[in-house]
Design a protein around this ligand. Sequence first.
Ligand SMILES: Nc1nc2c(c(=O)[nH]1)N[C@H]1C(S)=C(S)[C@@H](COP(=O)(O)O)O[C@H]1N2
Ligand SMILES: [Mo]
Length: 444
Amino acid sequence: MGVEQGRVLRAPEGFLEPALVAQVRTQGLDDTRRHFLRQSLLAASSALASTQALAQTADPLITTPSLASTTLGQGVASRPYGQPSQHEGSLQRRIAQGLTKTRETSVSFTPLQSLWGIITPNGLHYERHHHGWHDIDPRQHRLMLHGLVKTPKVYTLDDLMRLPTVSRMHFIECGANTATEWARPAMPTVQYTHGMLSCCEFTGVPLSVLLDDCGFDRARATTVLAEGGDGVSLTRTIAMERALDDVIVAWGMNGEMLRPENGYPLRLVVPGVQGVSWVKWLRRLKVGDAPFATRDESVHYIDTLPDGSSRQYTSIQECKSVITSPSAGQRLLGAGRYNITGLAWSGRGHITRVDVSADGGRNWLPARLEAPVLSKCLTRFNLDWVWNGQPCVLQSRAVDSTGHVQPGIAALRALRGSGSVHHNNAIQSWQIDASGEVLNVQLG
Ligand SMILES: Nc1nc2c(c(=O)[nH]1)N[C@H]1C(S)=C(S)[C@@H](COP(=O)(O)O)O[C@H]1N2
Ligand SMILES: [Mo]
């Protein structure tokens, strides 16, 4: 064997300013003992190399029985609700200092660089609140459906849970994800450049079932207004076509009830559409015959274009991808073999292809898409790669089932300018320098 297994390291604490520190995993810089253990085990798995490996190691972790193997472990349900290992303490949602004045109107970012697969653990789902979060008693919560309907109704959670239920996996991305990167590379890690992105299995009742239940006016109704029960009464218009398609009034999230931060006990799930339309603490749905043009869709959440005009009701999150590891804030341990991994998604369908470049976009190699590849859901991609130790630039480029190809930042800027906030789906570039350090850069 003898293959020098390249490993990606998380930036150690103190490597960046405290709020921006990426995670240190157990295979971190300081933990060389585990490295030897792993190398030894790898070697030992080969019959030919095993005697050699045993002769080589004087590692006490190999020669001395461990505490775990010689003492009684802890009992079942000593922690009634399970927690991550104490060694994973730096795996956290993080806020960017100075982004907003208060924590109640802020954002926390999902640590994409440290997650596997496509599902975001509930405790690491990003958060975006306009007026703080609440832990609402579900027995005190109601959902009203009114407007252009035959029978206006008020539902309790129990009422909703008796209706036909569906479970589907979808990504949610804030329209402002990657907003800091319009003009220049600004953020030091993928957690901050792309971490207003999460993906869960949501459970609830299709909105179409509720609309039917109330007998909506099929001749006149073209829109549904969704309103949240927080202090800002966040409101968004949903086109009837979409409302009848795949929108869910959800209470479940990855097998359990929604977390309070994410809208417990009810939120709207609007697959493929920017996060703001996924109204949390959902309390009211009103059927209408025109867009409602509320504050949250006329003053806020509009895209200002170079000519001074604005795009309104831009909702779809276009085809996008990012390499999550290696990514900025990490460091490669010398030349050798690495697994390039990342996420791709599209609000218009499923991902059909992701290409990866290690030379700043001159040559591209197709990455492996991991199953499942679902519509309006994150797709995990991987590519086996050998770093030759020379400086280089890594990029990923996704294509979706409508044929849309993720654009470069220069092309997107030419179209939309650099004064935009929302809907930056540009190709992300990570530069690896000769020491293996990974940095956020933009090309062209
Ligand atoms: N009622 C209510 N719904 C809301 C918000 C809010 O502040 N209040 N924030 C919106 C925005 S801008 C986004 S990006 C998503 C974030 O959902 P999350 O906090 O579960 O990640 O919720 C949306 N729904
Ligand atoms: Mo958002």
